[in-house]
Write a protein that binds this ligand. Structure first.
Ligand SMILES: [Zn+2]
Length: 231
């Protein structure tokens, strides 16, 4: 199979839609940082330049995916496509500004911004507390979470950085991260490629730990908010 160059317009479209975020970094680690990387052919066929067969991957994952080393052998192209499509959808609906990201929270958290707020801060704080509780409730109910609910959660809790100290922003980012991990483990467990064996057991255990984490976090949620919300 002969290599055909990916058309410039297609390359631009992929770089734009992915905002240079790597779907594997995102899918496995909830990592939405900008990466140096290149466009990969997901079916390993370099003549197949279908848009659906292409994804921007960071250099590390590009090498791993191409080289079929141990980690990515268990990572199927359909899974990478799912993470890629999730990312595309996130950026289309959310843009890049609202991604929960610890570094951004650290830069933005300062008293000046908080002091400038003139509206009823308490009501806004309560709203965010309720959004978090609602999101955790969905996860506890379904033992899973849909991408649209993750997007809504990110949107609705976006202003937390102005309303609370860093601890709450960190908690929100952690919840978001754990939720994407939960989605990933559920997808792996439901994948027809994942046979019964050690890898499946490991993922099932990770899945259980995540659900325990969500249950614990739900119980402790009020105590995180007491300092801000008790009258
Ligand atoms: Zn990556």
């Amino acid at each position: 199979m002969s290599r055909k160059k990916v058309k410039q317009t297609t390359q631009t479209e992929i770089l734009y839609k992915s905002r240079r975020r790597c779907p594997i970094c995102y899918g496995l680690n909830g990592d939405t940082d900008i990466k140096k990387g290149q466009i990969a052919h997901l079916d390993q066929d370099s003549s197949n330049n279908d848009f659906d067969n292409l994804a921007f991957l960071c250099f590390d994952h590009h090498d791993e995916f191409d080289g079929k080393t141990s980690q990515s052998k268990s990572l199927q192209k359909d899974e990478v496509k799912k993470y890629r499509d999730d990312l595309y959808q996130i950026f289309e609906e959310l843009g890049t500004e609202n991604l929960p990201d610890l570094e951004v929270f650290e830069e933005n958290t300062n008293n000046v911004e908080r002091d400038k707020l003139e509206f009823d801060v308490y009501q806004e704080k309560i709203k965010i507390y309720r959004e978090i509780r609602k999101f955790l409730g969905l996860i506890i109910r379904d033992a899973d979470i849909e991408i649209k609910d993750m997007i809504e959660f990110a949107n609705k809790t976006d202003e937390a950085v102005f309303l609370f100290d860093k601890d709450i922003s960190k908690l929100i980012a952690e919840i978001y991260h754990q939720a994407s991990q939960l989605r990933y483990t559920n997808k792996r467990l439901n994948s027809r490629y994942l046979d019964v064996g050690r890898e499946r057991t490991r993922i099932a255990e990770e899945n259980m730990e995540l659900l325990n984490w969500f249950s614990k976090t739900t119980k402790e949620l009020k105590s995180h908010f007491y300092p801000y919300l008790s009258l």
